[in-house]
Design a protein around this ligand. Structure first.
Ligand SMILES: NC(=O)c1ccc[n+]([C@@H]2O[C@H](COP(=O)([O-])OP(=O)(O)OC[C@H]3O[C@@H](n4cnc5c(N)ncnc54)[C@H](OP(=O)(O)O)[C@@H]3O)[C@@H](O)[C@H]2O)c1
Length: 239
């Protein structure tokens, strides 16, 4: 099996690359930090065949071109994991715009080109890294929660489009709770924190099982359920 991971240079994406390499996947790894891609490729040289492609998902058309040249270099792909994402506690507009550009438009740029490629093959699997944050608004990072709600909703649409057109494209919506990564270094309040390795192992299993939606770790399903029931006043207090 061949898989591309968009955003594989640190945290969950990097851990997932190591996990999928162990499981025998041939990998295409992307991200903006070329030096990290090269280091991971070197680390995996005795484990798996890897291809690397520097890519910024916010250069939308260029990212789509880079994606297709990676697919060509790999001689095809079976699974595309769209993991690239950012968060920020800044209240500035520039920070919100960055989140929207990366998590919404950047996500769609890759999901769109991957879906188009898989539609021609009449098979494939798109995996999007959303979040438990998708299920509810959040006072601390409203744009982040909304971007993840967009991702989950967009993937539901892609799943229905695949069914409607008989395309045999599986869609997996991954919703992690807290995972210890460079992104969460700034978080002061966290609980049930998983290591990136544990999260990656569960994500790989969800991919294998072609799950529609998977909470990582599994008990975050409970939190998601509670979050949907809490009134705004209580959510505001929790932050
Ligand atoms: N950690 C958590 O608790 C948690 C919880 C729920 C969901 N998530 C989601 O999990 C995903 C991975 O996050 P993480 O926690 O592992 O954080 P991370 O270590 O900061 O990883 C983020 C990844 O996204 C890539 N990326 C960011 N902007 C990009 C851009 N413009 N173009 C291409 N790649 C870009 C980064 O690569 P470069 O910087 O090299 O470009 C990096 O590989 C995100 O979508 C995040 O929202 C995380």
């Amino acid at each position: 099996m061949k898989a591309i991971i968009i955003g594989a240079t640190s945290g969950i994406g990097e851990a997932l690359a190591l996990e999928m390499a162990k499981q025998g996947y041939e990998l295409g790894l992307t991200g903006r930090r070329t030096e990290n891609l090269t280091a991971i490729q070197q680390q995996l040289q005795n484990t798996a065949k890897t291809h690397i492609q520097t890519m910024d998902v916010t250069n939308y058309e260029q990212a789509q071109t880079d994606f297709m040249s990676l697919v060509t270099q790999m001689g095809g792909v079976d699974v595309v994991v769209i993991n690239a994402g950012i968060g920020s506690f800044s209240t500035k507009w520039e920070a919100e715009l960055s989140i929207i550009n990366t998590n919404v438009a950047g996500f769609c740029a890759i999901a769109h080109i991957a879906f188009t490629y898989f539609a021609q093959q009449k098979k494939g699997h798109i995996v999007g890294i959303s979040s438990v944050a998708a299920v509810s608004g959040g006072a601390q990072m409203p744009a982040y929660n909304a971007s993840k709600a967009f991702i989950s909703n967009y993937m539901q649409g892609l799943r229905q489009k695949s069914l409607r057109k008989n395309l045999n494209i599986a869609i997996t919506d991954i919703r992690p709770g807290f995972v210890k990564t460079p992104m969460t270094e700034q978080n002061r309040f966290m609980f049930w924190v998983a290591t990136a390795q544990k999260a990656a192992a569960q994500i790989a299993q969800a991919i294998k099982n072609k799950r529609k939606v998977a909470y990582i770790t599994r008990r975050w399903l409970l939190v998601a359920w509670i979050l949907q029931l809490l009134p705004d006043k209580m959510m505001a207090k929790m932050g």
